[in-house]
Design a protein around this ligand. Structure first.
Ligand code: UDP
Ligand code: MG
Length: 309
């Protein structure tokens, strides 16, 4: 008998746990027929509400339910990694606790794995119900990533993925500290089938991703999967050297023809401000990569477990 492990990152999701469990278990009959056993790993990412208590209640009734509680909030990426480490199934799937990743899609996803695909990924084709500003920046981010990264990162991709043990082991072999799963999934490759669905709004509770948090996350994604900004900094350097060279020639010629080399104080101020701005910006880019390298070099654990059931 094969085992399908579902990993559910939860951060303050007490209202959703039971609903999720029932929705997920609707697939039980389908998988029993396929001779596949189900197990659930709720990764409590340092919730401050009754999430862990809700999961414990479920675990008391159903031994297929497991709980991993973090010592604090480590972020969804850490929860995904922890889930991968804990899950022992032949197949592993991630789902959000808020039912935005419909469990009813699982039989179809499993069908593709049976056909020989190594992983089945999902993407939402609409962003219905999302603030327009957020959708706008999300589009820009994906378009930019497409240009500057060689790793395939799909617009609208969800973390809702079903994968075989081989893919899971490949992802686990990437022990980096700055984790950007959408990039990691693309980086490991393998045969992936993409399913599309319309955006489903969160059933209960609130999103945990503020605009600012998403912005920082996008910078994580860029630095983790592209070094193009560094090349951009070098390019700016060359560009400004050329401009400065042209300016020198211009100044010399002007002096030779008209005299008075000391005029032009306002333009000098403008040039100095512009150039120092560009310099600081490029220094900032280098700083970002340095900071990420610093965090990586420390080799801190990606998460810490407080309790496990
Ligand atoms: N989540 C998490 N840790 C966090 C933030 C979110 O484990 O620090 C979980 C959350 O409980 C949910 C999933 O990640 O199951 C997706 O989060 P959310 O629904 O808030 O994001 P959105 O769907 O709005 O992008
Ligand atoms: Mg959600």
């Amino acid at each position: 008998m094969k085992v399908l492990s579902a990993i559910v990152p939860c951060y303050n999701e007490e209202e959703n746990i039971v609903d999720f469990y029932h929705e997920f278990m609707k697939n039980e009959a389908f998988f029993r027929e396929k001779d596949v056993a189900l197990e659930l790993y709720f990764i409590d990412d340092g919730s401050k509400d009754g999430t862990a208590a809700e999961v414990k209640k479920l675990a008391g009734r159903d031994e297929r339910v497991h709980l991993v509680s973090f010592s604090r909030n480590f972020g969804k990426e850490a929860a995904i990694y922890a889930g991968l480490e804990k899950a022992k199934g032949d197949y592993v799937v991630f789902l959000d606790a808020d039912l935005q990743d419909p469990p009813s899609l699982l039989p179809e996803m499993y069908g593709y794995v049976e056909q020989g695909y190594d992983s089945v990924a999902t993407r939402r084709v609409t962003r219905k119900g999302e603030p327009p500003l957020r959708s706008f920046f999300a589009r820009i981010f994906y378009r930019l990533m497409k240009k500057i990264s060689r790793t395939e990162i799909m617009d609208g991709a969800r973390d809702y993925r079903l994968m075989t043990r081989q893919v899971v082991d490949a992802i686990l072999s990437m022990g980096e500290y700055n984790r950007f799963s959408k990039g990691i999934f693309g980086w490991v490759g393998f045969e992936t089938k993409w399913l599309e669905f319309e955006n489903i709004e969160r059933k209960k509770g609130e999103t945990k991703w503020s605009f600012w948090r998403l912005f920082l996350y996008s910078i994580d994604g860029i630095t983790a999967f592209s070094t193009a900004p560094l090349a951009f900094a070098a390019f700016m350097g060359v560009l400004f050297c050329l401009a400065a060279f042209a300016l020198i020639i211009f100044t010399i010629v002007r002096k030779a023809i008209f005299g008075d080399p000391t005029s032009g104080w306002p333009s000098l101020v403008c040039i100095i401000s512009l150039v120092s701005g560009v310099q600081l910006f490029c220094l900032g880019i280098v700083g970002q990569y340095l900071a990420k390298t610093y965090m990586e070099v420390k080799r801190r654990p990606i998460y810490l477990v407080k309790e496990e059931i």
